[in-house]
Design a protein around this ligand. Structure first.
Ligand SMILES: Cc1ncc(COP(=O)(O)O)c(C=O)c1O
Length: 394
């Protein structure tokens, strides 16, 4: 692995174990984006009025193929939060309906579901998952047990955020579909962590980030919408394109491809990031995903044996991250997360994810493995946990 870490501009004085929150770009990806920015700024009118459609169309085709999606149902959006909001707004939710979420779901997306439900005279029901989770079957059962005759749409994470678990998304989608419930998958962490073939997944819609595990520039994400929802899917912003589809452009693409002036170089860099990261190990993306999973498992075992912290679920549900509950339940877990994260960084120069599970009121710490992470990166965390005994046990 030597040498790969040097491709990232990460501060060498810090043990960086939080790729999961905001990703991290290697230098060649940043350089590619800079070249595109320079081209844009040399002649902005040519770039946007003449070159943009072709550049975007190519970026859409190439990035959609990495996730097994047809380009006609694919659109770039700035981030997964934006994507889930747009997909929920386009979902067929009527007065009296229920939106199903889980208590391991990402807080912003749960809040979006609550807001949209309130606007439509609908409501949100929360499936309670165990913590720690005992296995994939238990997750499927808990979600399906929360379905009622009013459930119309479910928002389910492919990989949970605070608890860092790869959920059995295929089984969840099938079980929900059998009960007449359409699934919006929040796949913020999935591209680049787990193999994806959206065309065969069976969900109604999917939102995912490029800027996390594919290491593309910040602000690059996508939505993909299954054919049955394409007519209704809308971006959060209405712009020129919606009223003036170009020749050969599908209505969905006409609505999403131009939502006003913004820097599109993050989107245009996605295919380069897929290719560049994919070449960093001889076995390409399959080897990268396997290597990151192995390292996440190694780090997880070390944290468990050194600190006694309990992981959030079984090893079979680990992707490139591992999470542990820390401290006793207490009020305002989200408010308590940032000060603890700052303590790890300031006192031990280690950056970990610190978040919370709303229902349990417990904090979660999370470690991430990507190609810039090495087995030794975990050492400062183990030292910190040994010292922070009072936080561990409360
Ligand atoms: C499950 C899940 N959904 C949504 C998000 C939000 O991603 P973004 O900040 O890129 O919108 C995250 C971020 O970690 C996440 O884990």
């Amino acid at each position: 692995m030597t040498g790969l870490r040097d491709l990232w501009v990460l501060d060498p004085a810090v043990a960086f174990l939080n790729h999961g929150s905001f990703g991290a770009c290697p230098q060649p990806v940043l350089d590619h984006q800079t070249e595109l920015r320079e081209r844009m700024e040399r002649d902005p009118v040519r770039f946007f009025s003449r070159d943009y459609d072709e550049l975007l169309g190519r970026a859409i085709e190439e990035s959609a193929s990495f996730i097994g999606a047809d380009p006609a149902g694919y659109a770039f959006v700035p981030n997964a939060t934006h994507g889930v909001n747009a997909l929920l707004r386009g979902a067929p939710i009527e007065p009296g309906d229920e939106i199903l979420v889980t208590d391991h779901g990402y807080e912003a997306c749960t809040l979006a579901a609550e807001e949209i439900a309130a606007e439509r005279g609908a409501s949100v029901r929360t499936a309670r998952l165990a913590l720690p989770v005992t296995g994939p079957d238990e997750v499927v059962e808990s979600i399906l047990a929360a379905v009622t005759p009013a459930t119309r749409v479910a928002v389910v994470d492919h990989v949970t955020s605070a608890t860092a678990l790869v959920l059995p998304i295929e089984d969840i989608i099938v079980g929900l579909a059998a009960r007449g419930v359409a699934t919006i998958v929040d796949g913020a962490h999935a591209p680049g962590m787990v193999p994806l073939d959206l065309a065969s997944l069976g969900c109604a819609a999917y939102a995912g980030n490029w800027h996390k595990w594919v290491c593309s520039p910040k602000g690059s994400a996508f939505v993909w919408v299954a054919p049955q929802w394409r007519d209704r899917a809308r971006p959060l912003v209405v712009s020129h394109g919606a009223g003036h589809p170009k020749e050969g452009q599908t209505p969905l693409r006409a609505r999403f491809d131009w939502t006003g002036t913004a820097d599109p170089t993050g989107y245009l860099t996605v295919p380069f990031a897929v290719e560049t990261i994919g070449k960093m190990l001889p076995g390409g993306w399959p080897e990268i995903m396997e290597r990151n999973r192995d390292l996440a498992l190694t780090m997880r075992r070390r944290v468990e044996s050194a600190s006694g912290l309990q992981a959030s679920g079984p090893e079979s549900m680990v992707g490139s991250m591992a999470a542990f509950s820390i401290g006793p339940p207490a009020p305002d877990p989200f408010g308590r997360a940032k000060p603890l994260q700052a303590r790890f960084a300031d006192e031990h120069r280690v950056v970990v994810g610190v978040s919370a599970v709303r229902a349990s009121q417990r904090l979660q710490i999370r470690v991430s493995a990507h190609l810039h992470t090495e087995a030794a990166t975990i050492e400062p965390l183990l030292e910190a946990l040994a010292e922070f005994g009072e936080i561990r046990t409360g």
